[in-house]
Design a protein around this ligand. Sequence first.
Ligand code: NAP
Ligand code: MG
Length: 502
Amino acid sequence: MDNKVKTYLQHFGISEATQRFLGKPQRMFIGGAWLEASDGAVAAVIEPSTGGLLGSIPMGTAQDLDLAVRAARQQFDGGAWSQLKPLERERLIHRLADLVEQHGDELAEIESIDMGKSVVQARAVDIQGTVDTLRYFAGWASKLHGRTVEPSLPGNYLAYTRKEAVGVVGVIVPWNFPLQTMAWKLGAALATGCTVVVKPAELTSLSALRFAELVQEAGIPDGVLNIVTGRGSVVGAAMSSHPGIDKLSFTGSTPVGCTVGKSALEQMKRLTLELGGKSPAIVFADADIEAAAQAVANGVFFNSGQVCDAGTRAYVERSIYPQFLEALAKYTATLKIAPGLDPDCFISPMVSPQQQQRVLEYIALGKAEGARLYYGGEPLEGPGFFVQPTIFADCDNSMRIVQEEIFGPVLVTAPFDTVQEALTLANDSQFGLAAALYSNDLGKVHGLIPRLRAGTVYVNAHSTLDPSMPFGGYKQSGYGKDMGAEQLEFLLETKAVWITLP
Ligand code: NAP
Ligand code: MG
């Protein structure tokens, strides 16, 4: 840890537990053992609010991944985990949820320091979301059953179906909600009796490693969960082509999702892809304008826009467009730009200098494309990879800033005249993760919900998530669902059994 990071941590004060964790060398978690990379390679961990050096993590190899898959395989094929009764799995997952809750403040600090995000939001959203997801799926472990069927075939048969865990699940996650996204995939996998190998994002692996300690403490057998840190092009690629992985669950960008998906399909792996988004918000003149402006701003600027379903395109009924933009800017000005550990932080830094650069380039592109810069858009002084929340007005759907995922605090807006025009603009995207409607006209809202090509529709809110509701994209935003009862189907095979009776 360098002095910049030390001073930062001292200034805001972090718990002894977090100090202990950050002070020790980080190791991967494979088959219950804490290992360095097989070739000893490490990568630096950079703290985004200061740009300082936090520590290092092992850069796993294909060989390390193979070791993890074998450990997971062994538990799945007859190991202690495979012998557990459903209620015993349920109890272990609940125990893990208890431990995550108990260590919630520490995990939130780790997430904030590693990813840059607001520590307060990390505690309320990422960590609480992790606990809730584990608890929700714990309860499912004992409720997964097949059916008894009465066939019409001549003869006498007992015909029934069995729900069977799909096997070893490979999990690849991005850096924006590191622990929570992992928990979405893990909760359901553990409930169904699968075993798991996780590759966290290279930029944000620390919370997964601390979580692995809690998995061990909960008494979940060694090898059920394995964490292999490292590069996507190495560990991730090895995972998507490893014959020992039965199912791949990926969250990340659409281009990488395509690569991973192709590789997985070559071996007929089961597949879930949670990919990018460019989610629209449609604001009608009958909406509560102040409330809608706040919800739209929160919906795009939360986690500094590094959110897959962020509402990044706002289409506003022309009669209220100027008034709405004003309300939006007024509220946005109240969102504090600050280091992640600042308790009042809302706009945290980008995760990395590359991400900061990418967002700044899109802001420059927006100006060049002729969008009207309405708010923000100025470079901010370092240290830390900050970007000002930025609002463009009078955008056109042919602009790249309207069509491409920026993944930063940038909102594009445009006025519309008719309901049909708003719908056409909203659906005019390769993505289909989410959409939001702001209106108090129930007829209009219900009429639009079925016509929006998106996996989630929010009404008068944005990003309301709960483990009981399925999350996943239409179109190029993905394939399959995380969370909700729907997710379980993606982790279970259905076996048809025919017994000929005398
Ligand atoms: P990314 O570049 O696609 O990376 C995602 C993960 O894939 C990382 O762990 C990455 O490893 C790994 N990876 C990279 N190349 C790989 C390869 N060739 N084979 C296998 N794995 C590989 O995405 P990101 O920049 O981390 O995250 C932002 C993206 O995630 C956005 O597009 C966002 O919309 C999407 N996202 C979607 C959802 C959803 O639920 N739909 C949720 C959150 C985020 P490295 O870290 O080493 O690169
Ligand atoms: Mg980091």
